[in-house]
Design a protein around this ligand. Structure first.
Ligand code: 5AD
Ligand code: SF4
Length: 483
């Protein structure tokens, strides 16, 4: 076994949402003082962490099949006299900790999302005892009070290796008290809690000092943020966004995921008043049927959602909307599904995620009667996705002719091209030199595809960092990310 001070390889495999991407980077940070450094392959890793997601079915099965592969790696490395610590983190660990150690006895550490700050101590305990460490309680202490400063560049989707850290995630809120009928999050991530304002601002300043120009604030119910401010009062997300907008060098602020019930007047006004707050909002509605919204325990009607969108668009006319939908929730009839299609037609989404209902053990809907047949749910999903794809293509086409400020994050698909994101989160490609990577510039959008747009730099113009731009017209799930 390597000595405590030598460099050791760490391989992290991440499934699920942006918060897991953020958490994986923080686990990497907390292990750095122990000598762990990221490596590309599990074969070179003294420790492998699987950061798992439990939101929909077969998540646990994916974990067990990856564990099967890792078991062989561990055995081969043991034959060469090298130890491999295998840790399972994230929401599957939280929900199925005992089952993991039963089915995969070669797993050394199982840790839930609220215990990442204790990882070094768990590694030491696992090495000492040569046995299992399981930590899936919800500790009294806040992990953020104990995690070190963020140093590891996050594997942010869409960001480029050419400019790691230019766009960053920052968790400000975690957990959920809403208990939607279908959702495991309140059980795996625990009760809703917000990080204190000072801790969020310190991390944001640190990220900006290390080159971040765009920060996405994360929370399972991010717009329910109510962190304690320096004066002891509760700050809303709107107030936090205003404070973040004061940070010199932070050009863009985004936040996800929001609940319609927590979209307050101040946050709506912030979309009007803060140029740094990007005109894109992921606002899950799940269904367009009042009957289903009630069965899902969402706490609002379809018309309340329509009215909310009207108010948001009045505040920020070019706001692009995204959402999450579930089809085939128990009790969903053809008329309910038709109401969902109607809501989609009424709103016009720039993009959206849609899922077939997947029963999660322990949630109220899992035991509900009137299950929708798989074949019916499949058909509904296809119909909904066809409509959403049409709307995404229409939104992109509608952007042709607009002038937008783009943050360039990496090289484009072809030589001589660079790529970035528009304010509305669309991937965009333009002809341009790599010296623009890390800068923002005005672009005329000239062509659209279903998932992206392309355009031309306006006179090759680069916007100076201190200058606020004049602009005419201003998503859970991830696939595997290996850090
Ligand atoms: N089945 C299908 N989709 C689900 N989601 C959450 N739980 C389930 C489930 N049991 C979807 C919701 C949520 C998104 C993150 O995942 O649409 O907004
Ligand atoms: Fe899950 Fe979101 Fe509902 Fe909370 S609000 S229970 S995280 S779907």
């Amino acid at each position: 076994m390597s000595s405590p001070n030598s460099t050791k390889g760490l391989h992290v495999i991440t499934w699920g949402c942006q918060m897991n991407v953020y958490d994986s980077a923080r686990m990497t940070d907390v292990l750095a003082p122990l000598g762990y450094r990221p490596v590309e392959s599990p074969d070179a890793a003294d420790m492998v962490i699987l950061n798992t997601c439990h939101i929909r079915d077969r998540a646990a099965e994916k974990v067990f099949s990856e564990l099967g592969r890792l078991r062989l790696v561990k055995r081969e490395r043991a034959d060469q006299g090298r130890d491999t610590v295998i840790a399972v983190a994230g929401c599957v660990a939280q929900a199925e900790g005992e089952e993991i150690t039963r089915r995969a006895p070669y797993v050394d550490i199982v840790l839930g999302p609220q215990t990442y700050h204790r990882l070094p101590e768990m590694v030491a305990r696992a090495a000492r005892a040569g046995g299992k460490v399981i930590e899936t309680d919800f500790p009294a202490e806040q992990k953020f009070d104990f995690l070190p400063e963020a140093i590891t560049a996050q594997a942010v989707p869409g960001a480029s290796a050419a400019a790691p850290g230019l766009t960053a995630f920052l968790t400000v809120q975690e957990g959920c008290d809403k208990f939607c009928s279908f959702c495991v999050v309140p059980y795996t991530r625990g009760a809703e809690s917000s990080r204190p304002v000072a801790s969020v601002l310190a991390e944001a300043r640190h990220l900006v000092a290390r080159g971040a120009r765009e920060i996405t604030l994360l929370g399972q119910n991010v717009n329910a943020y109510h962190g304690t401010g320096p004066d002891g009062s509760d700050w809303s997300l709107a107030r936090l966004a205003h404070a973040l907008a004061e940070i010199d060098g932070l050009w863009r602020i985004r936040y996800t995921t929001s609940h319609p019930r927590d979209m307050d007047d101040d946050l709506i006004a912030a979309h009007r008043d803060l140029p740094q707050l990007m005109p894109f909002l992921h606002l899950p509605v799940q269904s367009g049927s009042d009957r289903m919204l009630s069965a899902m325990n969402r706490g609002h009607t379809a018309d309340a959602y329509r009215r909310l969108v009207d108010r948001l668009r009045a505040a920020r006319p070019d706001l692009a909307l995204s959402s999450d939908f579930i089809v085939g929730h128990p009790g969903e009839t053809e008329a309910d599904f038709e109401a969902t299609l109607q809501l989609v037609r009424d709103i016009g989404f720039a993009q959206a995620f849609s899922f077939k209902y997947s029963p999660r053990p322990g949630t109220p809907a899992a035991g509900a009667p009137l299950r929708v047949a798989e074949s019916v749910a499949d058909q509904r999903l296809q119909a909904l996705q066809a409509l959403l794809r049409e709307q995404q293509a229409a939104f992109n086409a509608d952007c042709v002719g607009r002038r937008a400020e783009v943050l360039f994050t990496g090289p484009g698909r072809h030589p001589g091209q660079i790529a970035g994101r528009t304010p509305w989160l669309q991937p965009i490609h333009v002809e341009g030199g790599e010296s623009l990577i890390g800068a923002r510039a005005l672009v005329d959008i000239r062509a659209a595809a279903t998932n992206s747009v392309s355009g031309a730099l306006i006179g090759g113009a680069r916007i100076a960092p201190s200058q606020t731009s004049e602009v005419d017209c201003l998503q859970p799930a991830l696939e595997d990310h290996r850090a």
